[in-house]
Design a protein around this ligand. Structure first.
Ligand SMILES: [Zn+2]
Length: 255
């Protein structure tokens, strides 16, 4: 590929915009949409726990806290590697091989973080809860990481840092590929299809859940092997989507 960086073809990105469900962009709006939908689908017991654990300023709106984990990345520097997974340039994911930070510490990736914060939250209302954990922070991390792991380039190749070193054009704007998937796709979809109204997009996705995707819902709600959390399934789907969609068709461009 020489010295040039890769460029995603404008036409290909436009095509993706109209062919993909608009659920794939994980900037502030993407996280908020995910959490708004999740909150409507909680069991009574879980909804009550979330209500108790949410900070006052959230005013019982889970959607309003879902980007908190991005805001504290600098204060909690240790948390940065917990937002993603890098694979060694392969389109498959293995927990043992891939779930580690740059120093090789096992479990320090978004899948490990989901397991960890799920375990912490299961201590809710027990003695360990008060003694060991700040479960409000555990909740805020978990809801954010559940969003991140579903953004295809949060499970991407180590060599390009999940698309962060790949320059592309999003229409007339130069962006890195990762940002296109985090933010641009979703914002453009909001503008074009929902009059820049986030709630319109939430409604459309919820309607899909009750209609078009209804037969998939049971599968989303259960993990294989009776596990409580199933981040490995999401990560495997993520790297596959990254290869099938996000990286596909990228072309080198000189800067
Ligand atoms: Zn994140």
């Amino acid at each position: 590929m020489g010295e040039c960086r890769m460029q995603k073809m404008l036409a290909f990105l436009s095509l993706m915009l109209v062919t993909l469900p608009p659920i794939y962009g994980w900037g502030t709006d993407g996280h908020s949409i995910i959490c708004k939908i999740a909150q409507t689908r909680l069991s009574e017991e879980a909804a009550d726990a979330v209500k108790q654990l949410l900070p006052k300023w959230a005013e019982d709106d889970l959607g309003s806290v879902c980007s908190w984990a991005d805001q504290v990345k600098f204060r909690y520097r240790w948390s940065s590697p917990l937002h993603f997974i890098n694979t060694p340039e392969t389109c498959s994911y293995q927990y043992k091989r891939d779930c580690k930070d740059e120093d090789g510490e096992a479990g320090r990736c978004v899948a490990g973080a989901i397991n960890n914060y799920t375990s912490q939250l299961l201590t809710y209302n027990s003695a360990a809860d008060k003694a060991e954990y700040n479960l409000t922070e555990s909740l805020l991390f978990l809801v954010h990481f559940m969003g991140d792991i579903h953004q295809p380039l949060h499970v991407g190749f180590a060599s390009d840092k999940g698309g962060n070193t790949i320059d592309v054009h999003w229409y007339k704007t130069k962006q890195v590929l990762h940002h296109v998937w985090d933010t641009n796709i979703i914002e453009t979809a909001e503008e074009r299809f929902y009059n820049s109204n986030v709630d319109g997009m939430v409604d459309a996705i919820q309607q899909n859940i009750t209609n078009e995707w209804a037969d998939q819902v049971k599968r989303w709600e259960t993990c294989s092997l009776n596990k409580t959390a199933c981040p490995d399934i999401y990560a495997s789907e993520g790297i596959k989507a990254a290869c099938d969609w996000a990286y596909k068709g990228v072309k080198e461009v000189c800067t």
